[in-house]
Each structure stands twice: as C-alpha cells, then as structure tokens.
Design a protein around this ligand. Structure first.
Ligand code: GUN
Ligand code: ZN
Length: 441
C-alpha cells in the first residue's frame, strides 16, 4: 500500500523558537511547499528545494497568494457558553448567576449537548482553531458529547467535566466523591483515545469545597499526564471572596498550590490580580497563564500584565474564554491582546502573538512535539489564511513591507473571514466558502 501524499504550495509560516528570544525564530517561505503524508507533515520548506519530492502519486494543491500557518490553539474556552456569548452583565459574578448557570443547566440533556458540541467544533475550525482546552459542564455526559464531536473531526482536543460542589445552584452540583468518580471514568474513556486528552476541571476555588479540591489533587497525582484547568484572579470581587472562603492562604493562587494543582500541564485562565510571588511560583512549577483579553475587556475584569508574566518566566498562552470572551477568533484575540499590552506601554508584536497562538501554546502544554509547528512528523493541523479575505484586508496586505506587517494586518483586521480552510491531521475540516454557501441556503 503506497502512502497518500498531498503537497500544498503557498506562503508558509512556522516557528523554531520564541521570536522574543531569537531573531530567526519565525521561519517564512515566500514560495513554500508543505508535504503531508498520512496525517503528518512530511516536509515543509522552499518550493524550489522540495519540488523534487513531488511524485506522480502526489496531489498538488496550488494555494499561491495564501499563507499556511499551524492551526491555532485556544487555551481556555467554555463550549456550553456558545449559546450565551454576548450576554450583557455588570461583571463576572452577576454574569455567572444570570446567564451562565441557567444555560449550563440545559446540558443535562444529551441531545442539546451533542448539538451544541457539534456547532462549537465547527465554529472553532471556522476560526482556524484546531486545538482547544475546553470546559464542559458539571454533567459527565457533557464531556462525552464534546469528545464525540471532536473525534468525528479528528481534532486534538483537551477537555473535562467541571467540578463544582458549592456556591452554585443545586442543579449544577456534584460532590467531592461523584466528581472524583466521574472524572476518573472520563479519563479512562477519553484520555489518549486517538487525539483526545483529558483535563481535570475544578471551575474555580469558590465553587469547590476543600474536600473537592483535595480529591482533584489526588486525581492529579494518580494521572501525571492529564491536564488541569481552572480560573484564577480574574476579578477583584472574586479575589475577595476567595480570601473569605479560604482564610489562611497567602493568595488565591496559593489555594490551588496547597492542593497540588500547580504543575506542568496546569492552565489557569486570566491571572490578572497576581503578585510577584504568585508569578514566581507559576514559573517554578511550569504552570501556564492563559490570557483572555476579549473576556477581560467585556467583563471589565482588568488588564493582564503580559510583560511581568513574561519577565518572571511564566509560560503564557492566549485564549478566547467564550462565552465571557466575545469572539471565537484567535486573530481577534491577538488584536485585543495587543491593545491590553499597549495600555501598559508594552509592544506585543504580531509575530510573537502568532507564536503564542501556535508553537508557544503547544510548548507550554507539553505538546510541542505533536502540534503547533510545521516541523516534520508533526500532526498536520494547519490553516490557510487569505490576505484578500475582505476588501480592506486586501488593500492593506498588498502594501505590507515585512512579515511583521503582514501578520499585524491579519491580527488587527482578521477574523473567521480570513480563514480560507482548516486542516486537522491532514484532512480538510473546514472550507470558508462552502460553509458560507451552506449557511445561505
Ligand atoms: N470563573 C468561574 N467560572 C467562570 C466562567 O464560566 N467564565 C469566566 N470568565 N470566569 C469564570
Ligand atoms: Zn473561563
């Protein structure tokens, strides 16, 4: 049986390091060729250097004028909040009470969960996101629904059932024991099944008892390679509440630390109201800060200090935080991340933001050998960006003088319209024009 090979001719962007640390970290080919075999990258480089590897069995796709980049990685998103994105509220806690909890209640119904999970995965792919760290609801079946939708598209997805046993409506509560049992069962069912990965998901400290956080810590020790995801230091009222609920801890982050929930593959959303000691501890434990700028603006939560986190050596990645976030697009997320940094006098370049949304995130999640670049043997998750997606983007990108200017135009002016196509493990899983036609019909 011969291997099936497809070659894509386009501009190529990949990374061999962090653009902030080395000047040649971003690798750009003006006339590039990406060769994919059996769902993996076989080669990526200059067309002139690789054209000899095209055989009569190779299918060649001419995408000249477009830009291939690794698929985006969204490190914090809530699939059950898809239907309540853009719901008005005066801040985090009232928004949770008024919109989030009633919406999450509906996921007791597996049919509703399946329908939402399918729409959610398609919306991610339409936005160029091929991997996401996803919160489900407290219902075990909500995680089954999300993983089932992900398997159908062969996405590399990381997700988990929410753990929540207090300070929320009765109908959304588990217990320390049932949360432990359900999570263990879901790990057995989904973790490392194909491309699926599990994340232990205590919603945030206020909605878990000490017994539940302790049980979560036990699971984390029992399963060293599963992910952990939660929220920390998003909002000043939330920080005050945690201080009341967990007296005797040095800080909000210290509560998670106490239960053994800071480590590699632990990812905390927001990280806004942290101090130097918190940042030092995150860096020391290789715990990831997930920066969610559209959500932080929308809920008025505050401004993530990118420069301080970066200087302290905290691994940082970007995320949408839909439905607190206002867009599924990692391009729109970069737009807002740039502005958050700008407000503190820090210049976050587009080249760095594309790294943060791809190779940087993959590295922070300990998945750098599998996703995030176009390196040989990587899983072929990539997207095709269209510099002429809109009249304005076409006009601006036709005048760019550098890679940074090109990427900056995509980040500031782009959204799902700029994603011409998306590939997961070498298979086309989204075509912009076909989806538009289906929607119009
Ligand atoms: N903190 C606890 N739950 C949530 C949530 O669903 N969204 C956000 N943005 N913050 C939270
Ligand atoms: Zn969130």
């Amino acid at each position: 049986e011969r291997t099936r090979s497809t070659a894509y001719r386009a501009q190529l962007l990949t990374f061999k390091g962090d653009p902030a640390r080395s000047a040649d970290a971003a690798v750009f080919e003006e006339d590039g060729l990406l060769i994919v075999e059996d769902g993996r990258v076989a080669a990526a480089g200059a067309h002139a250097a690789l054209a000899g590897r095209i055989t009569p069995d190779t299918e060649v796709q001419d995408l000249r004028g477009k830009v291939i980049v690794p698929g985006f990685i969204d490190t914090h998103i809530h699939y059950p909040q898809t239907d309540m994105i853009a719901s008005p509220a005066p801040g985090l806690l009232p928004w949770l009470e008024t919109y989030t909890f009633p919406t999450e209640r509906r996921f007791a119904d597996p049919e509703y969960a399946a329908d939402t999970a399918n729409f959610f995965c398609d919306e991610l792919l339409a936005s160029g996101t091929t991997t996401a760290l996803v919160y489900c609801t407290v219902h075990k079946s909500s995680a089954d629904a999300l993983f089932t939708a992900s398997v159908a598209r062969n996405m590399r997805m990381i997700a988990g059932k929410v753990l929540m046993d207090r300070n929320c409506p009765e109908f959304l509560r588990d217990t320390a024991q049932s949360g432990y049992d359900d999570s263990a069962e879901l790990i057995g069912r989904w973790h490392n099944r194909g491309r699926q990965l599990y994340a232990l998901t205590p919603r945030f400290a206020p909605t878990s008892t000490e017994a539940q956080l302790e049980a979560c810590g036990v699971l984390a020790r029992e399963h060293q390679d599963v992910f952990i995801q939660s929220h920390v230091a998003e909002n000043v009222d939330e920080v005050k509440w945690v201080a009341e609920l967990f007296p005797g801890h040095r800080s909000y982050l210290d509560v998670y630390d106490h239960y053994g929930l800071l480590r590699s593959r632990a990812v905390y959303g927001h990280c806004i109201h942290l101090d130097a000691e918190d940042r030092r501890r995150m860096a020391q434990t290789n715990t990831v800060a997930s920066h969610c700028p559209t959500s932080n603006f929308f809920l008025g939560s505050g401004l993530f200090d990118f420069e301080k986190a970066d200087e302290a050596g905290v691994p940082v990645a970007l995320a949408t935080d839909v439905g607190g976030g206002t867009s599924f697009s990692m391009l729109q997320t970069m737009n807002e991340a740039h502005k958050v940094a700008r407000l503190s006098g820090y210049h976050l370049s587009a080249t760095r933001m594309f790294w943060l949304a791809t190779a940087g995130a993959a590295q922070a999640l300990n998945l750098g050998d599998k996703i995030g670049t176009l390196a040989p043997q990587s899983e072929a998750d990539f997207i095709v960006l269209d510099p002429a997606a809109t009249p304005l983007l076409a006009r601006r990108t036709s005048r760019v003088q550098s890679l940074e200017e090109l990427l900056f135009a995509f980040a500031l002016l782009g959204d799902d319209r700029a994603i011409f196509a998306t590939y997961a493990a070498g298979a086309c899983v989204h075509r912009r024009d076909a989806r538009r036609e289906r929607f119009a019909a």
